[in-house]
Design a binder for this molecule. Structure first.
Ligand code: CP
Length: 299
C-alpha cells in the first residue's frame, strides 16, 4: 500500500497532483474512491479536526469508518504493534494513526501492508500541512514567490511546514527561541527537497515576519508538554502573533493556525478574529485535502 508517513514521502509533482484533486473535490467533483472500503482511526491522543475531517471525508467518498480506541484494544494492554498491524490489515483498507512516536507509525506501516496515514506524531503532521498548502493556494492563486513565516515551537507542525514549503517552492522562515529549533535532520531534508526556495531559521520574530504573505503559529506547549508549560510560556512570549507583529507582514498577509488556538498565548483574540485570519477555511480544508489523500491511497 501507499503510505503517508511524512511529506518527505511525496515528490513536488505528487503534492501538486494531490492538491489539484483536493480543489476539484472541493469544487463539487464526486468520487466513490472509498466505496466498500473501511478506514480505521487509531488515535492515542485527543483530536477534533483530524478525527472528524477524516471520518466525513471517508463518508463523502462512499466508505465507512471504525474508531479504534487504543485504550479499549489489546494494543493498549501490550499486544505488540507487529501483531496488531497484521490483524487489523485483514479487516481494514486504510489506517490513520495518531500517536506519540513516529517509530510506532512506521512499525504499523511496515507490518500492515495496507496504506497507513500519519494523523500526527511527535515528528510531523503531514495531513495538516496538505490543508495549509491548499489554503495558501486558494488565497493567493498559487505558491510562487510567497514567503511563509512560522513563529513558535520548532515542533511537528514546523517540521511538516519545512518539508511542505520546500516541495511547494514556498520560502519559509522559522522563528523560534534558540532552544526550540526544529530538528536539524528535518531542516537538512527540507534543504535537499527545496529547489530554489529559501529556508531560514532565526530567533528574531520581527525580522522573520517582515514582508511575509503567510504568518503561521501553533501551540507553545502541546499534549504531553503540560509539565513544562510554565517554563515555556515566558520564553515564547516574544513570538506571539499580535497586531504589532502583523504590521510588519505584507499588507495582503493571511494568518494560519492549525488549532486548537490559545488566545492570549501564541495568538491574540484580535488577530485570530481579524479579516486576515483564514483559520476556519484552513480547518475546513483538512477535509478536502484528506479526501484527495484517501482517494489517492485507495487508488
Ligand atoms: N490541527 C489538528 O490536528 O487538530 P486536532 O488535534 O483537533 O485533530
Amino acid at each position: 500500500g501507499q503510505n503517508l508517513l511524512t511529506l518527505g514521502d511525496l515528490s513536488s509533482g505528487e503534492l501538486e497532483t494531490l492538491l489539484t484533486l483536493a480543489q476539484q473535490l472541493k469544487a463539487g467533483d464526486s468520487s466513490q474512491a472509498a466505496k466498500n472500503r473501511v478506514l480505521g482511526l487509531l488515535f492515542y491522543k485527543a483530536s477534533t479536526r483530524t478525527r472528524v475531517s477524516f471520518s466525513v471525508a471517508t463518508y463523502h467518498l462512499g466508505g465507512q469508518v471504525i474508531d479504534l480506541n487504543p485504550q479499549a484494544m489489546q494494543v493498549g494492554r501490550g499486544e505488540p504493534i507487529q501483531d496488531t498491524a497484521r490483524v487489523l490489515a485483514g479487516y481494514l483498507d486504510v489506517l490513520a494513526i495518531r500517536t506519540f512516536a513516529q517509530e510506532d507509525i512506521e512499525a504499523f506501516a511496515h507490518y500492515a501492508g495496507i496504506p497507513v496515514i500519519n494523523a500526527l506524531s511527535d515528528l510531523c503532521h503531514p495531513c495538516q500541512v496538505l490543508a495549509d498548502l491548499l489554503t495558501i493556494k486558494e488565497c493567493f492563486g498559487g505558491w510562487e514567490g510567497l514567503t511563509l513565516t512560522y513563529l513558535g515551537d520548532g515542533n511537528n507542525v514546523a517540521h511538516s511546514l519545512l518539508l511542505g514549503c520546500a516541495l511547494a517552492g514556498v520560502n519559509i522562515r522559522v522563528a523560534t527561541p534558540s532552544d526550540y529549533q526544529p530538528q536539524s535532520a528535518i531542516v537538512q531534508q527540507a534543504k535537499k527537497l527545496a529547489s530554489g526556495s529559501e529556508i531560514i531559521l532565526t530567533d528574531d520574530p520581527k525580522a522573520a515576519a517582515e514582508g511575509a504573505q503567510v504568518i503561521y503559529t501553533d501551540v507553545w506547549a502541546s499534549m504531553g508538554q503540560e509539565d513544562s508549560a510554565a517554563t515555556r510560556l515566558p520564553v515564547f512570549t516574544p513570538y506571539q502573533v499580535n497586531e504589532e507583529l502583523m504590521r510588519l507582514a505584507s499588507t495582503d498577509a493571511i494568518v494560519l493556525h492549525c488549532l486548537p488556538a490559545h488566545r492570549g498565548e501564541e495568538i491574540t483574540e484580535a488577530v485570530l478574529e481579524s479579516y486576515q485570519s483564514q483559520v476556519w477555511r484552513q480547518a475546513e480544508n483538512r477535509m478536502h485535502a484528506q479526501k484527495a489523500l484517501l482517494a489517492s491511497v485507495l487508488g
